[in-house]
Design a protein around this ligand. Sequence first.
Ligand SMILES: NC(=O)c1ccc[n+]([C@@H]2O[C@H](COP(=O)([O-])OP(=O)(O)OC[C@H]3O[C@@H](n4cnc5c(N)ncnc54)[C@H](OP(=O)(O)O)[C@@H]3O)[C@@H](O)[C@H]2O)c1
Length: 334
Amino acid sequence: MKLILVGFGNVGRGLVRALVQKRNFFLKEHGMSCEIVAVVDGHGAVVDENGLSFRRLLRMVEEGNLIGSERKLGVEIIREVDADVVFELTPTNIKTGEPGLTHIKTAMRTGKSVITSNKGPLVVAFRELEELAKKRGVEFRYSASVGGAVPVIGLAKRILMGNEVLAIRGVLNGTTNYILTRMAQEDAPFDIVLKEAQELGIAEKDPSLDIQGIDTACKITILANSVLGIDAKLGEVKTKGISGVTPEAIRLAREAGFTVKLVGIASKRTLEVGPKLVPIHHPLAVSGTLNAVTFEVDLAREITISGFGAGPRETSSSLLGDLVDVYQAISQRG
Ligand SMILES: NC(=O)c1ccc[n+]([C@@H]2O[C@H](COP(=O)([O-])OP(=O)(O)OC[C@H]3O[C@@H](n4cnc5c(N)ncnc54)[C@H](OP(=O)(O)O)[C@@H]3O)[C@@H](O)[C@H]2O)c1
C-alpha cells in the first residue's frame, strides 16, 4: 500500500510512529506492507515514490518538521503522486471543511482511497463525499473522527450489523468531561477548573468549540449520518454547552445518585447535545478525559464502549484499523 499523509501534526506524527513500529506486525497478521510515499504539511512536502526511508521518517517525527521539503501543496501532491490511500489529517474547519474537503475530493477523483480524522469535511459534506467515493470506486473511512481510539463507528457499522440502532448517547469530548469530573471532585466552579485544564494542556487556549458543545455536536452529526443514515446537518443539532453547570447542581445530582455529563444524543427523533444527568453506576458515567458511547439497539438492547477519545498514539489505533480495513476491501476487489 502506498500512502500519502496530508497533515504532519500530532496525529500525523503519531501515525508515522505507529506505522514504523508495527510494520512487521501488519505484514505477519494481515499480509499488508506499507510505504509512505509523501508527507505534506502547511509549509511543503517530502516525496519519494519508492517509499520514504523509516530512518528519515522517524527523524522528521523527532524534529517535528519535514526534512528537505519542497514547496508543494497538498492538492498538487495528491494529484501527482501515485498512491493507494491518502490520510487527511489537517485541522478541523467546521464552516468550510477546508483544506480537508478539497484534499479528500482530489484524492477520490484521482482514484485514491481516503482515511481521515478530520471532522470538518464530514460535517460540511458527508453525503457528497460518500457518493463521490462510491462513484469513483474508492474506499472512504473516518473512524478516528469520532471517539479517538474508541471504535464507535466500527462497532455500530460492523459488529452490530444484525441490529437496528435506535439511539446513540455519547460522552464524546474529553475536555468537557475532564472539567465536569474535576468540578465534581473538588466542588469547584467552572472557570477555575477550565483554567486548570488549560494549564495542563487538556483544554485549548480557545476552548469555545469544546465547552459550547459544538465539538460534540459535530460528532453527533457524523454518527447520525454514518450510523443512523439520517441526512443530518450540524445546525440541526440542538446544542448547549457546560459553562452554566454549577458545583451546586453537580452536588445535588450526586445526592440523588446521578452525575452531570455533556451528552450527545442521536436518534431518528432527536439530535441534541447538552449537560444531562447520568446514573452514577451507568457505564456512560466515565471520568476524566475518557469518552463513552451507548448504543440502544433492537436485539442487544444496550451496548456501551469507552476509552481514550484523543491523543496521537490512541488515534493511530483507529487510523490503522481503517487502513487494514481499506487494504482488505481493495484486496477483495482484486
Ligand atoms: N489530536 C488528536 O488527538 C485528534 C484526535 C482525533 C481527531 N483529531 C483531528 O485530526 C486532525 C489533525 O489533528 P492534529 O492534532 O494532528 O492537528 P495539528 O497538530 O494542528 O496538525 C495539523 C497538521 O496539518 C497541517 N496543515 C495545515 N494546513 C494544511 C494544508 N493546507 N495542507 C497540508 N497540511 C496542512 C499542519 O501543518 P503546519 O504546521 O505547517 O501548519 C500540521 O502539520 C484535526 O482535524 C483534528 O481535529 C485529532
